[in-house]
Design a protein around this ligand. Structure first.
Ligand code: GLY
Length: 341
């Protein structure tokens, strides 16, 4: 046996037959959902510069969707059950610096407030009134708090259907601790949580990530999801890779989802496999319940390899690299449409 090993080793050295590693590809940016396409393009304006930093790129991408009116990110998003839009966001760079805000009201760009928390305070997370006060002190405008047209309509519709009553009446009539259910799906059939998560690898081969959301529409007042929680909604480890989550935040928090994805990559799994393994971890908590909600992860490793995976079908993500056009990829999922019939 030993006789064979030596010549093989010499041959390997001569013809470099060590396991082949693809050359790293960067810069690259990926973002959740079809709506990630313009977000990747906004990030690319930074990443395409020779010295464009991944952190600036993800902030710019997140800002671009926060500045539009849509159901699930920014001040145009669906409100909580009391009619207020409350925003969650987090950001993380290549040095494990991280910042986040939760339950933030009337501020247009929560991701930039999260970055200010990271860069200007000794803390990682600010919430509610304190986060708003910090934002205003740092030059962010306090907006009116009025709902967007779309959110107003959805909220009125939700009030009808859910037979909503003021919280105090619910507590009196149904007993403390009971609450109106948050709908799992929106009126149009989409899952109620299209968080924007994005990850970038820049020309210096450094990773950063951002995650921004108005959270579940019609949630209980004060509810915070996974998006502002480092290790749940977002995690970046510049030695290995980065991951971001979208979907029902409670299920992601339970398993510290994005930290798990990064650890799976550290063990040698591809980004897609790491996302799949984290989804399976969630499913294993309660397989029956897992048929009723959506969770999806996307991940990007240090070599610029990327992937995504979801529990339910119909999750997509966008990717931009090199001079190629931004592509939208339909992710694989644990359940198929047929499984759920
Ligand atoms: N993943 C967003 C949320 O649950 O709020």
């Amino acid at each position: 046996m030993q006789k064979l090993i030596l010549p093989l080793a010499i041959a390997c050295l001569a013809f470099s037959c060590s396991p082949k590693k693809e050359a790293a590809i960067f810069p690259v940016v990926i973002a959740t959902w079809d709506s990630g396409k313009p977000v990747c393009e906004a990030s690319w304006e930074v990443l395409s510069q020779t010295d464009g930093r991944a952190l600036d790129a993800v902030e710019k991408g997140a800002n671009s969707i926060e500045n539009t009116i849509n159901c699930c990110v920014g001040l145009g998003g669906n409100p909580d059950r009391d009619g207020h839009v409350t925003l969650d966001a987090s950001i993380m760079d290549e040095q494990m610096n991280c910042g986040s805000v939760a339950f933030l009201e009337r501020i247009k760009n929560p991701i930039s407030v999260a970055r200010a928390v990271m860069e200007k305070t000794p803390h990682v997370m600010l919430v509610g009134e304190g986060a708003q006060q910090f934002a205003v002190e740092n030059g962010f405008t306090l907006e009116s708090g009025e709902l967007s047209e779309g959110a107003k309509k959805s909220y009125e519709k939700w009030l009808e259907k859910s037979e909503y009553k003021p919280v105090i009446n619910i507590e009196q009539s149904q007993g403390a601790g009971q609450h109106v259910d948050v709908p799992k799906k929106l009126e149009n059939g989409d899952y109620n949580h299209d968080t924007m998560g994005l990850l970038a690898l820049d020309n210096g081969q450094n990773l950063s990530g951002a995650c921004t959301t108005s959270g579940m529409g019609f949630k209980m007042r004060g509810r915070v999801g996974d998006s502002p929680i480092i290790g749940s909604g977002l995690f970046v480890d510049n030695e290995v890779g980065a991951a971001v989550a979208t979907g029902q935040g409670e299920e992601v928090i339970r398993v510290a989802g994005t930290h798990l994805v990064v650890e799976f990559m550290r063990q040698g799994n591809s980004p897609e496999d790491a996302c799949r393994l984290a989804c399976e971890r969630i499913i294993n908590v309660n397989p029956e319940k897992a048929k009723t909600f959506q969770v999806a992860f996307i991940a990007l490793n240090k070599a610029g390899e990327y992937g995504g995976y979801a529990i339910q079908p119909n999750f997509s993500y966008a990717i931009k690299k090199g001079e190629q056009d931004t592509e939208v990829i339909k992710a694989k999922s644990h359940y198929s449409k047929e499984d759920l019939k």
